[in-house]
Design a protein around this ligand. Structure first.
Ligand code: AKB
Length: 325
């Protein structure tokens, strides 16, 4: 496949946890005016609004994508819009509509406009209880039990189909839980790992909705952004996979994260009251093997639990001092 140059980028879900930071790094890399941020209804931050173009679209309504693609001469899409695992269980039809119909619309518009590339994120939610939970291989059983997981498996397959059937350059990774200091996650099972930092700083107390021994694959946002940019920059000819790369960084339990935070805030107290999200977490891997990503496009994370915790507490601590948390 001939590699086309990316010039005008559309980020869907740009007001979300990953989309908001991804938009800013893409603007830095490709120029502010060349990266269109879009959201469905949440008000964008001043940073997003003041640094480049922003439009409201609904990816489940194809004509709204079509319009911005024409208006901004878009040739690359990062489809970051998604309904995550916990909200997906409360609103399964909405999850299907946004995650599947929305993705299908993005792929179709990309195909029709002969776009250069499309990024389609998947997740550890693609796995299920029948999958080996330790060092989960890239190629394994994909029988998720959440609607979010079902849409992620279907999304991987749909992306791969567009590569083979239409020659569209579609790429994607299976994100673990992402920890970040800029935008709060919305509606996932791994959200506890971000909330715990805010509560540690503000109240020195946190009630965790997962059990203390719940271990999940996790990643700090700088690594998540690097992985996303790197897979999109990779040489197409070297890719044996397309939309389903396992992407690992660290794995820890809720209790291990609390203990790491306590090293900085000794009087921090955590109690554990598992809710419906426990069953979702119990159906996901504890650690994943990302050999294909490492071999095919050189993936290597930088942050471990200790360096991520130090950086998170520094960043949020500074914002708290400035009265901005
Ligand atoms: C979620 O918890 O739903 C997401 C994910 C792991 O994809 N953060």
């Amino acid at each position: 496949m001939a590699t086309k140059k990316m010039k005008h980028i559309l980020v869907t879900g740009a007001v979300g946890q990953i989309g908001s930071e991804l938009t800013m790094v893409l603007r830095k890399k490709f120029g502010n005016d060349n990266v269109l941020a879009t959201g469905r209804k949440t008000k964008p931050s001043e940073t997003l609004l003041n640094s480049g173009p922003f439009e409201f679209i609904d990816i489940a309504k194809r004509e709204t994508i079509e319009k911005v693609v024409k208006d901004y001469e878009i040739d690359t899409i990062y489809n970051m819009a998604a309904i995550l695992s916990a909200v997906g269980e409360e609103k399964p039809l909405l999850a299907w509509d946004v995650n599947i119909n929305g993705l299908y619309n993005c792929l179709e518009v990309a195909r029709e406009h002969a776009m250069a590339r499309v990024f389609v994120p998947s997740s550890i939610a693609a796995f299920g209880p029948e999958t080996p939970r330790i060092n989960t291989p890239n190629e394994t059983i994909l029988k998720p039990k959440t609607m979010y997981g079902v849409t992620k498996v279907a999304g991987e397959l749909l992306g791969d189909y567009y590569v083979k059937r239409f020659g569209l350059d579609v790429r994607g990774v299976r994100y673990p839980g992402i920890i970040s200091s800029e935008t709060l996650p919305g509606g996932g099972t791994t959200d506890y790992s971000v909330e715990i930092f805010y509560e540690a700083i503000k109240k020195k107390r946190y009630t965790c909705f997962l059990r203390e021994d719940t271990t999940l694959p996790m990643m700090y946002m700088p690594d998540c952004l690097k992985g996303t940019l790197d897979v999109m920059d990779a040489d197409f000819a070297k890719l044996k996979h397309h939309c389903d790369y396992n992407l690992a960084a660290v794995s820890f339990s809720a209790g291990q994260l609390a203990a790491e935070i306590k090293k900085h805030i000794p009087d921090f107290k955590v109690d554990y009251k598992p809710d419906f999200r426990q069953a979702i977490a119990d159906s996901w891997p504890q650690s994943i093997d990302d050999t294909p990503a490492r071999k095919e496009w050189g993936w290597k994370p930088k942050y471990d639990l200790a360096s991520m915790t130090t950086d998170m507490l520094e960043k949020l601590g500074q914002r708290y001092k400035e009265g901005k948390l």
